[in-house]
Design a protein around this ligand. Structure first.
Ligand SMILES: O=C[C@H](O)[C@H](O)[C@H](O)COP(=O)(O)O
Length: 229
């Protein structure tokens, strides 16, 4: 069973006529975008706000009308993937390098749904390498800081060159498992000069749709979960 497909397609059912929809990035939301595209061909009227160049290409190919985030007042719903999700629906994102645009779109959205296969569910965040987007100038200085903290940083590469995000930045993947308090880690990263964004999405997700074997399950954010960051 393709759990990414079942979860991704299920989430497309939340899209309603007239909505502005944030379109996430990755191999799971791919199926959501394809399904939304089918519904658009059958008369659904929506506007999509893509979170990456790859998603813009995919969505355009599916016939989904697109708008830039700068030309969008409110996004009704964003559907996106995730690399890890904990029981409070906090997560790590950015395995595909789209975290900065994804966070901007998510923060502008009234509701956020994540689509994942069952392997992405974890009790505690941090086993998955946490992507940190940094400016290319002086990136080695930031690596040093991460090394001193025991985060074992790795500059993400592609075809023998540093991987470049759609925003023109680099990604440093760090091992954050031992950090414990992810809120504190997020705040620390927010305050580091040269760090543009990080892949901790805390309090962002309202509903997760999980592909699990033959079935799909859904979990809502617990009420006590704090503000987005
Ligand atoms: O930068 C990429 C995004 O955060 C993706 O949504 C995330 O990596 C999950 O992707 P996938 O569904 O391909 O596992």
């Amino acid at each position: 069973m393709n759990e990414k497909k079942t979860a991704g397609e299920k989430a497309a059912e939340f899209v309603e006529d007239g909505m502005t929809i944030g379109l996430g990035t990755g191999s799971t939301v791919y199926y959501t975008i394809r399904k939304i595209g089918e519904r658009v061909q059958n008369g659904l009227k929506i506007t999509g706000v893509p979170t990456s160049q790859a998603t813009a290409v995919l969505a355009r190919g599916c016939g989904i009308p697109l708008a830039d985030l700068n030309d969008t007042d409110t996004i009704d719903l964003t559907i996106d993937g995730a690399d890890e999700v904990d029981p409070a629906l906090n997560g790590i994102k950015g395995g595909g390098g789209a975290l900065l645009f994804e966070k901007l779109v998510a923060n502008a959205s009234k509701k956020n749904i994540w689509v994942v296969d069952h392997s992405k569910q974890v009790e505690k965040l941090g086993a998955y390498p946490l992507p940190v987007e940094v400016i290319p100038f002086g990136w080695k200085q930031i690596m040093k800081i991460f090394e001193e903290k025991g985060f074992r940083p790795v500059l993400r590469m592609k075809n023998g060159q540093p991987f470049q995000t759609d925003g023109g930045h680099y990604i440093v993947d760090i091992r954050a498992g031992h950090a414990g308090d992810m809120v504190a880690l997020g705040k620390w990263l927010d305050g580091l000069t040269g760090v543009v964004e990080h892949g901790l999405f805390l309090g962002t997700c309202d509903l997760v749709v999980v592909g699990d074997g033959e079935s799909v399950s859904m979990r809502e954010k617990p009420r006590e979960t704090g503000n987005r960051s």
